[in-house]
Design a protein around this ligand. Structure first.
Ligand code: ASP
Ligand code: MG
Length: 418
């Protein structure tokens, strides 16, 4: 079995979907599971729909219509025959989505979110599967919710590996091409969960693990894994080969090219991961395997819109294990990820993403026991395989507020000075 993952950008319009068929045609007679994301930016729009439904700030039906129109436009380009069953199927799927937002929200936000947002992947895979079947690539559509089993931590479902292994063996042992959804799973009570934003890579890795796949290919709109995000850097270089270890580190620090949870399952079974361009499939791309570290060039990861929070106990006692454990417990409860931290005798600093929904409440709780200072609009720069010259280069025009160094990695929280 080979696992292909097609992200939102690779199915964002009719031409892109046709390109997926072209790519699959390069692999005739192979057993392939294609894991597909929601089309384009649909997940963002579905998040908007969830907010409209839950918080009533705008009319959910307007947002729903936007989503409908986007998909039907694509379908009309792909299927000239208006009697093709996909039209009916899609209409029925949208009725399901309408039901999901019909009544008043009766569950937690995270539960409602998963029931709504997961539909992006259901819709995209139905379209892609029908299009491929129509164009000579016979395939079976599979509902990932019946294979990837999770607990009921909505929006961050934890995979039940044993159940998932059993279901995967039952449903994915035939030969042929399977089309299934990334990002979504199901609970033992048949509710839908999601695995966290950008979780489709993780789905690909889970299925690779459970099917003992030969390899995984993530098809992207970049030529492979670059040493920096071209959004922030003019000159980037493609990395030919990366060790699992480096890939985990880079993803963990926020390189968005691969979802952080993706690598471990592959590493455990020594399954190679390719990152290739869906625009230039002949190009080599990047391979992630048991290569030797270190990488030949420094890698940069930027996170903007950070908040640097510094805490010191109000009573001027020291920061000790007790404080740290209660601070981390609070972060875990609020599902806030600590991007970097540093502690000293009387203060503790963390950099977190600036989430307007969570920050004010967090600060308020912390203020009960700590003197809280915080600095908004900071940036976090992580450099793996750094040297002083690279640090100087990226921090020019920037004030360094915090610096954490380990042997191979430096993390800098900075604030622009101009
Ligand atoms: N569609 C989901 C998202 O945009 C999952 C993914 O694309 O990996 O977060
Ligand atoms: Mg996506």
């Amino acid at each position: 079995m080979r696992i292909f993952k097609f992200g939102g950008a690779s199915v964002k319009d009719a031409n892109s979907v046709a390109n997926v068929a072209k790519i699959l045609n390069r692999y005739p007679n192979e057993n392939i599971i294609a894991v597909i994301s929601a089309m384009g930016k649909t997940t963002n729009t579905l998040e908007k729909l969830t907010n409209a439904f839950y918080y009533k700030k705008e009319n959910p039906l307007d947002v729903l219509n936007e989503i409908k129109k986007y998909h039907f436009d694509i379908v009309e380009h792909l299927f000239k025959n208006k009697n093709h069953p996909i039209y009916n199927e899609l209409n029925n799927t949208f009725v399901e989505l309408e039901w999901a937002i019909e009544n008043e929200p009766s569950h937690s936000y995270n539960y409602e979110y998963d029931q709504i947002v997961s539909m992006g992947e259901i819709i995209s895979t139905k379209i892609v599967s029908a299009f491929l079947n129509e164009n000579g690539i016979k395939n079976k559509w599979l509902d990932a919710r019946g294979i990837i089993q999770t607990d009921n931590t909505y929006r961050e479902g934890k995979v039940d590996w044993e159940l998932t292994q059993n279901l995967s063996s039952a449903f994915l042992s035939e030969n042929g091409v399977f089309i299934t959804q990334g990002f979504i799973g199901g609970t033992s009570e048949n509710f839908t969960t999601t695995l966290g934003r950008e979780g489709s890579d993780y789905t690909a890795a889970i299925l690779a693990y459970t099917t003992n796949a030969k390899d995984v290919t993530i098809w992207k709109d970049v030529p492979g894994v670059l040493n920096a995000d071209p959004k922030w850097f003019d000159e980037t270089q493609k990395l030919k080969q990366i060790s699992y270890h480096d890939a985990i580190e880079l993803a963990y620090y926020g390189a968005t090219v691969i979802h952080p949870k993706t690598i471990k399952p592959l590493q455990n079974k020594k399954i190679s991961l390719y990152v290739k361009s869906f625009l230039n499939p002949d190009e080599e791309g990047t391979i992630i395997n048991e290569a030797q570290s270190p990488l030949p060039i420094p890698c940069f990861i930027f996170k903007v819109n950070q908040v640097l929070i510094s805490l010191s106990p109000k009573d001027f006692s020291f920061i000790v294990e007790e404080n740290l454990s209660s601070i981390f417990k609070l972060f875990a409860e609020k599902q806030i990820k600590v991007n970097v931290m540093q502690s000293s005798a009387i203060s503790f600093s963390v950099s977190i993403d600036n989430d307007e929904r969570k920050l004010p409440e967090l600060i308020k709780i912390l203020q009960k026991d700590y003197r809280v200072l915080y600095n908004e609009n900071t940036e976090l720069i992580t450099i793996r395989y750094y040297d002083q010259a690279t640090i100087d280069r990226v921090t020019i025009d920037k004030q360094i507020l915090l610096e954490v160094k380990s042997r191979y990695t430096v993390q800098l929280v900075v604030k622009p000075t101009i």
